[in-house]
Design a protein around this ligand. Structure first.
Ligand code: NAD
Length: 249
C-alpha cells in the first residue's frame, strides 16, 4: 500500500536538503515527480538518485518570478499529460543579519523567495488543480519553527516563514471547496546544506536546546510531508505541523 501510488507531485527546492529527501521518499511511495529548483543541475542530480529517473522530470525555475512559475506549471502538465495533485514547496533561502544591521536588499530577497514564492506556487498550482476537479489535492508549504518563535539574526526569514503560516491557513479556508488541502510543516533544526554554514559552536548550542538532543534529518521532514500529501491525512487542512524534536525556543 504505497502512500502516493500514481500521484504526480511538484517539489520545489528539490535539488537539495529537505526537497531532495521529499523526492526520494515520494518516489518510494509511488509518486511521479516534477523536481523544481532554481539550480536545474541540482534538480537533475536529484533525478539521478531516484530508482527510476525516467518516471520523473527536472525543471529549472525561480519560484519568485511569476512568469517562470507559470511556464513550469504548464510544462509539467504538458510533459506528464495530467495536472499535479500534490505540491511540496520547499524552496527557500536565508540571508541572516541582526535587525540593527540588516540591509534592505537582504530583507527583500528573503521575502521575495520565501513568501512571494509561496504565493506564486500556491496560486498557480491551485488554479490548475481547481480547474481539473481532482478528488483530493494537497499542498504542503515548508515554513519553519522560527516563523512561530523568532530567531536571533533572522528577522527577514522569521517574518517570511510566519507569512507562510498565515498564507497556508487562508488558502486552506479558500480552497477546501475545491478538494484542495493546504498545510504547513514547521521544521526545527535540520541537517541540510542550509544549516551546514551555521558555525559549529552555534550548532552545538541549538542542539542542546532540542529536547531530543540532536538535529533532525531531511528524511524525518519528508516522511511528514508524505503523510500530509497522501489521502491518509484527508481531514487535515490549515494545520501548522511542528517537526522539531521538541524544540520551540
Ligand atoms: P537547502 O538550501 O538545502 O535547499 C533549498 C533549495 O531551494 C536549494 O536547492 C535552492 O537552490 C532552492 N532555491 C533557492 N531559491 C530558489 C528560488 N528562488 N527558486 C527555486 N528554488 C530555489 O535548504 P533546506 O534546509 O533543504 O531548506 C528547505 C526548506 O526548509 C526551506 O524553505 C527552508 O527555509 C526550510 N527550513 C529548513 C530548516 C533547516 O534547519 N534546514 C529549518 C526550517 C525550515
Amino acid at each position: 500500500n504505497l502512500l502516493l501510488a500514481g500521484r504526480l507531485a511538484v517539489v520545489t527546492g528539490g535539488g537539495s536538503g529537505i526537497g531532495r529527501a521529499v523526492c526520494s521518499i515520494f518516489a518510494r511511495e509511488g509518486a511521479k515527480l516534477a523536481v523544481v529548483d532554481l539550480n536545474k543541475k541540482s534538480a537533475e542530480e536529484t533525478l539521478a538518485l531516484l530508482p527510476q529517473p525516467s518516471d520523473h522530470r527536472a525543471y529549472g525555475t525561480n519560484v519568485a518570478l511569476s512568469s517562470e512559475v507559470a511556464t513550469m506549471v504548464s510544462q509539467v502538465q504538458e510533459d506528464f499529460g495530467e495536472v499535479p495533485s500534490v505540491a511540496v514547496h520547499a524552496a527557500g533561502i536565508t540571508k541572516d543579519s541582526f535587525l540593527l544591521k540588516m540591509d534592505e536588499q537582504s530583507f527583500d530577497d528573503v521575502i521575495d523567495v520565501n513568501l512571494k514564492g509561496t504565493f506564486l506556487i500556491n496560486q498557480t498550482l491551485a488554479k490548475a488543480m481547481s480547474k481539473a476537479n481532482l478528488p483530493d489535492c494537497s499542498i504542503v508549504n515548508i515554513s519553519s519553527i522560527v516563523g512561530k518563535c523568532g530567531n536571533i539574526g533572522q528577522t527577514n526569514y522569521a517574518a517570511s516563514k510566519a507569512g507562510v503560516i498565515g498564507m497556508t491557513k487562508t488558502a486552506a479556508k479558500e480552497l477546501a471547496r475545491f478538494n484542495i488541502r493546504v498545510n504547513a510543516v514547521l521544521p526545527g533544526f535540520i541537517h541540510t546544506p542550509m544549516t551546514e554554514k551555521v558555525p559549529e559552536n552555534v550548532k552545538q548550542m541549538i542542539t542542546m536546546m532540542v529536547p531530543c538532543k540532536r538535529m533532525g534529518t531531511p528524511e524525518e521532514i519528508a516522511e511528514v510531508c508524505a503523510f500530509l500529501a497522501s489521502s491518509r491525512s484527508s481531514y487535515m487542512t490549515g494545520a501548522a505541523v511542528e517537526v522539531t524534536g521538541g524544540l520551540n525556543f
